[in-house]
Design a protein. Structure first.
Length: 242
């Protein structure tokens, strides 16, 4: 049996935030971000989130030195952008939008943050806000096919929303007229049996026929809308995986 003797000559305690210099804070924050990137590439998202949170925690102070201020902003932007992307992959739209917003607070024209917040808001149902972000992103990169795809989905979802609202209000305020229509039809039958022709009643009958034709057209429009909705559901899933 072999035995080894280990002698400890010196023990160095890990640096803590409370007694770290500003340079050490930036250095430690950068190290945690690098560790987070490695975990992210391995799709170990929870672990990566933990490292990124520590990176942000270490630099959560006001720096006086201009060069350190600049490094802090760079870390805040890159780390929060990575967190936004992770939460999109995890389909946590609220958290993704929150971290993208933190990037845009520092850099309002950050293309990645605008795209990611636009997508998060789109998936979360905030269509107007999503469209605003994506439009701004498109101005920064007109040839970006992914932005065009997200805008197309956003426009289609908004169209579907408007159609649903119109159908809802039509049901609320249009239901009372059905009974009257039946009475008019009965009156028409009575007049036909007695072989009487009254111009005023014929005009009412014509209006009723127009309403029936319109209702038939509305049914076709709704069916087409359902088909479009199914197609856009597929497109949405594809957009998330890009």
């Amino acid at each position: 049996q072999t035995c080894y003797e280990i002698m400890v000559h010196e023990q160095v305690k890990a640096k803590e935030k409370w007694n770290a210099t500003n340079e050490e804070r930036i250095e430690q924050g950068t190290n945690y971000k690098t560790d987070g990137n490695a975990l992210f590439k391995q799709t170990r998202y929870r672990g990566a989130i933990g490292k990124y949170d520590k990176a942000l925690d270490w630099i959560d102070v006001d720096f006086i030195e201009e060069d350190l201020k600049k490094k802090k902003i760079e870390l805040v932007i890159s780390t929060n952008n990575n967190l936004a992307l992770i939460y999109i992959k995890m389909k946590d739209w609220s958290a993704a939008a929150e971290h993208a917003t933190k990037v845009l607070d520092e850099d309002p024209n950050n293309l990645k943050a605008l795209m990611r917040r636009g997508q998060a808001r789109l998936q979360g149902g905030f269509l107007e806000q999503s469209k605003k972000d994506l439009k701004k992103a498109q101005k920064l990169d007109k040839d970006n096919s992914y932005i065009k795809k997200l805008l197309k989905i956003c426009t289609q979802k908004h169209k579907e929303y408007v159609q649903k609202q119109q159908a809802l209000y039509a049901g609320m305020f249009g239901g009372g007229g059905k009974g009257k229509g039946k009475k008019k039809k009965k009156n028409k039958d009575k007049v036909t049996k007695k072989k009487k022709e009254e111009p005023a009643k014929m005009e009412v009958d014509n209006k009723e026929n127009d309403e029936q034709a319109k209702a038939s057209t509305d049914d076709k429009t709704q069916a087409n809308g359902d088909d479009a909705a199914k197609k856009m559901e597929v497109d949405t899933d594809q957009a998330v995986s890009v």
